[in-house]
Write a new protein. Structure first.
Ligand SMILES: Cc1cc2nc3c(=O)[nH]c(=O)nc-3n(C[C@H](O)[C@H](O)[C@H](O)COP(=O)(O)O)c2cc1C
Length: 215
């Protein structure tokens, strides 16, 4: 049975990245009425930051040269590592069970919110592969970072996630759906960019619906 893991990470409830991820998820669920679906709100229900027990577990994995995710539990052989494993295990199981991982994320400080980074840190064991899961990321940003934009080089959100999924999870084909210039909704100094934002938002929404159907 195919399944979708859907994560959101915006601190806002009324959020553009949430709207976009919901559009993808609604379309996907309509296409797969019997598919599995799991939702996590990383902002409302935060994942703890990794602690020393997690680093003990990671060091044991590195020392053993292990790549077998099914054997991670055996390496959690101190109380601190076992406590860390109790947090990691369900998160890892959710990702491994998913054919599609969908992440809604705002751009915060040119990158991702701490809520999403905490989730990634928990899952980052050396040499681990999550392919053939497919990853889709819906983003919202206050400014513009598409090719040609003056601040294109400041986009550490898409670049970081793309490189992270390729480098750590061996997932090379992450798809990004970005809505730009969102700050024009609130900031009167950016009102002249509102039309561009509306077009970017509409295109992102259409793409989220299209891809949700296709995946
Ligand atoms: C803490 C914080 C940091 C932000 N940093 C940036 C930034 O570096 N670049 C940018 O373009 N927009 C930035 N923004 C604006 C958000 O990207 C924008 O509000 C976007 O709509 C957030 O996504 P959401 O609607 O899903 O919450 C920031 C917003 C917040 C709250």
């Amino acid at each position: 049975m195919t399944s979708l893991l859907h994560l959101d990470s915006s601190a806002r409830r009324n959020s553009i990245s949430r709207e976009l991820s919901a559009a993808f998820a609604d379309a996907w669920r309509a296409e797969h009425p019997y598919g599995g679906y799991r939702y996590r709100d990383l902002a409302a229900d935060p994942i703890p930051f990794i602690g020393e027990g997690w680093t003990e577990l990671c060091d044991r994995v590195l020392a053993g040269g292990g790549t077998d995710l099914d054997r991670l539990a055996e390496l959690a052989d101190t109380p601190a590592a076992a406590a860390a494993w109790a947090i990691v295990e369900p998160l890892l199981a959710e990702v491994r069970a998913a054919d599609v991982v969908l992440i809604g994320t705002p751009m915060y400080n040119y990158s991702i919110p701490a809520s999403l980074k905490a989730w990634l840190d928990q899952l980052t064991f050396p040499r681990m592969s999550l392919a053939p899961s497919r990853f889709v990321v819906t983003t919202a940003r206050g400014g513009a970072y598409s090719p040609g934009a003056p601040k294109a080089a400041y986009d550490y959100q898409e670049r970081f996630l793309r490189d992270f999924f390729a480098g750590h999870f061996a997932v090379e084909d992450t798809v990004f759906i970005n809505a730009e210039l969102a700050n024009s909704r609130q900031d009167p100094a950016l009102a002249h960019l509102r039309e561009k934002h509306d077009a970017s938002y509409a295109a992102a929404l259409a793409e989220a619906r299209r891809l949700g159907k296709e995946y």
